[in-house]
Design a protein around this ligand. Structure first.
Ligand code: ATP
Ligand code: MG
Length: 367
């Protein structure tokens, strides 16, 4: 796939901008706070229907304006396509369009503009808290599986509602009667999430192990382990079995949930860990090992998307190359010989020869 044009109006610090892109490597250069990451955010937003930086879409609208309008012209799925988003500063839900037709959900954009984002925080994903690791999995699955995207949306809504019930029940005890209905649905939708994640993390682990093997010269044995609710004995089991096992866990924690007024059980606590030759990276990984494994995971993510979608996702490298030593930079660059890439950096240095450079100054663009 290939992003040909991007048009922005009142998105972040961009007033009115139209850009045509190189089909290979685009180097986005500029000083700090000029709008480099904003540009990648716009591309990723059109790909996934959400921002990787904020949940509050109003923040995406240029200060003082009422709405942002962004549109991309892409060549994907063997044809020219367009994807457009209109985001309001307040009061109205955002509108999404695919080839001029209004769509209700982000899931309906799947496949038009697939993206893989790689930023400096991702280099630490194997050392950080669990939330960024869950986001990594969710991001790919949402792009690959519209049903997963819809299920995750429903699960998140149910969880919010259940949390509210648990908190408000002290004032309004009758609310507790609503819980069984929410719990059942959470377990059903939760089972679906686990089933998708189990398959996805298995493939991701295999693919990442291959990259890591090339990277480390086969010296370390890379393995990825997906952790979910402890009562789930077989993640590949039929949905009804996983649902029942989630219910059992939930029942065992019902009292604790009421006392703490928190949702303590379910796949919103899922996580994964990477081991190198049997040692957990989270606990024992060196800086270099953690980074190398993170790069392997990212390349694996791109490879899986390429394989499943039959085309290459756009790779967005936000400031990540400057964080790597020369050996790791070369490994990444050698692995991205094909496909379209967007690289942001302050100092292009030795990267200028890679492709077309555009310079960003305060939301403006010079070629
Ligand atoms: P760095 O090199 O430090 O990563 P960058 O070029 O990637 O910088 P961005 O994060 O893209 O910078 O842009 C940051 C700028 O955008 C900030 O100056 C910020 O104030 C501005 N900005 C963010 N949101 C908005 C908005 N809604 N309206 C106007 N300006 C905004
Ligand atoms: Mg930036």
């Amino acid at each position: 796939m290939r992003l040909n044009e991007l048009r922005l109006r009142d998105f972040r610090n961009y007033r009115e901008t139209a850009l045509t892109w190189d089909p290979d490597v685009n180097l986005i250069v500029g000083d700090n706070a000029q709008g480099k990451t904003n540009l990648l955010e716009a591309i990723a937003y059109l790909g996934a229907g959400r921002s990787f930086r904020t949940q509050k879409s109003g923040e995406l609208v240029r200060f003082g304006q009422e709405f942002a309008d962004l549109e991309a012209q892409v060549f994907s799925q063997q044809r020219q396509q367009s994807v457009r988003a209109v985001i309001f500063a307040r009061g109205r839900p955002r509108q999404l369009y695919r080839n001029g037709v209004k769509k209700k959900t982000a899931a309906e954009l799947a496949g038009v503009l697939p993206t893989v984002l790689f930023c400096p925080e991702d280099l630490l994903v194997l050392k950080s808290g669990a939330a960024p690791r869950r986001r990594l999995g969710d991001n790919v699955l949402c792009q690959l599986r519209p049903n997963y995207d819809a299920a995750l949306g429903e699960y998140t809504r149910l969880l919010e509602q259940k949390s509210r019930i648990l908190k408000d029940r002290f004032e309004n005890p009758a609310l507790v009667e609503l819980l069984p209905e929410y719990n059942l649905r959470l377990c059903q939708v939760g089972a679906l999430l686990i089933s998708y994640r189990a398959r996805f993390f298995e493939s991701l682990g295999q693919e990442a192990a291959r990259f890591h093997g090339q990277f480390s010269g086969g010296a370390e044995d890379f393995a990825l382990e997906y952790h979910t609710v402890s009562t789930v004995t077989d993640r590949m089991a039929p949905m009804s079995q996983i649902t029942a096992q989630l219910q059992a866990h939930m029942e065992a924690h019902a009292r604790a949930e009421l006392d703490s007024a928190q949702c303590l059980t379910g796949p919103h606590k899922d996580d994964f860990d990477v081991t190198l030759s049997g040692l957990s990276l989270k606990s024992f990984g060196s800086q270099g090992q953690v980074r190398t494994a993170a790069i392997s995971l990212k390349l694996a993510q791109r490879e899986l998307m390429r394989r499943e979608m039959g085309e290459e996702p756009v790779l967005l490298l936000d400031d990540v190359l400057s964080e790597l030593d020369a050996g790791r930079q070369d490994f990444v660059l050698n692995q991205i010989v094909s496909g379209q890439v967007f690289i942001t950096c302050c100092e292009p240095g030795r990267f200028t020869r890679l492709g077309t450079t555009i310079r960003i100054t305060q939301g403006g663009v010079e070629k």
